[in-house]
Design a protein. Structure first.
Length: 224
């Protein structure tokens, strides 16, 4: 493969605060959420800056889209937990659709209303990771997740990213590393040692040992 270069793109997360939209880069801080199931308390962190890699060939055409991110589970309770599944979505800000909202692609974009107007987000990634690995009581564990998409089978996605990047470079003087990405993750955990089948719960044990936490703001389908 002839690579002209690899660029790493800042990941931007969208949070809803006091009915206004704020963009948070994860290097400025991690997002925390707490939950309790029986005596179990778990804190979920999306730490470090997720890295988007745009790999182009010698002609400038996009050949691969690579995402690397990490999730850390901090178990501050007295029972072990298992991180079971992580569902992930990502969108790319569509500057061209914002300028021309009647263009065909704009109709499919997710739209976010903010104090400064409406931002458009093109669907990019949608993936699910099955992990099913333990996090010990009063401990923490980090998990590395990766998406590696090639052009064959993803032509629509790759053309969308190319078109957005080209318009951003021409109209806003932005390079690949300056593109804005919006992400959302949903993690599902279970309390270790407790049956996952609800039919096995009886009496005082009639509770579901499911822990579900999210990070980011889900604005709709993530895949193109």
């Amino acid at each position: 493969m002839n690579a002209r270069g690899i660029t790493r793109t800042r990941a931007v997360w969208l949070a809803l605060v006091c009915l206004s939209i704020a963009f948070l880069v994860f290097s400025a801080g991690t997002a925390y959420q707490y939950t309790q199931v029986s005596e179990t308390k778990v804190m979920l962190e999306m730490g470090a800056v997720p890295q988007f890699v745009l790999l182009r060939n010698s002609t400038g055409a996009l050949e691969r889209l690579i995402l690397d991110l990490g999730i850390t589970v901090v178990n501050i309770g007295p029972r072990d937990v298992n991180l079971w599944v992580v569902a992930y979505k990502a969108w790319l800000r569509d500057y061209e659709a914002e300028a021309f909202p009647q263009m065909p692609r704009a109709l499919d974009d997710a739209k976010v209303e903010g104090q400064n107007g409406t931002t458009y987000w093109a669907r990019a990634f949608s993936a699910s990771f099955t992990i099913d690995d333990a996090v010990l009581a009063r401990g923490e564990r980090s998990f590395a997740l990766s998406i590696n998409a090639s052009r064959p089978g993803n032509e629509t996605l790759f053309k969308t990213v190319e078109d957005i990047a080209r318009y951003a470079a021409r109209s806003r003087y932005l390079n690949d590393s300056s593109l804005e990405w919006l992400q959302f993750a949903n993690a599902v955990l279970f309390v270790s040692g407790v049956p996952r089948d609800p039919s096995s719960f009886t009496g005082a044990q009639n509770w579901v040992p499911l822990i579900q936490r999210t990070v980011g703001y889900d604005i709709g389908p993530g895949g193109s």
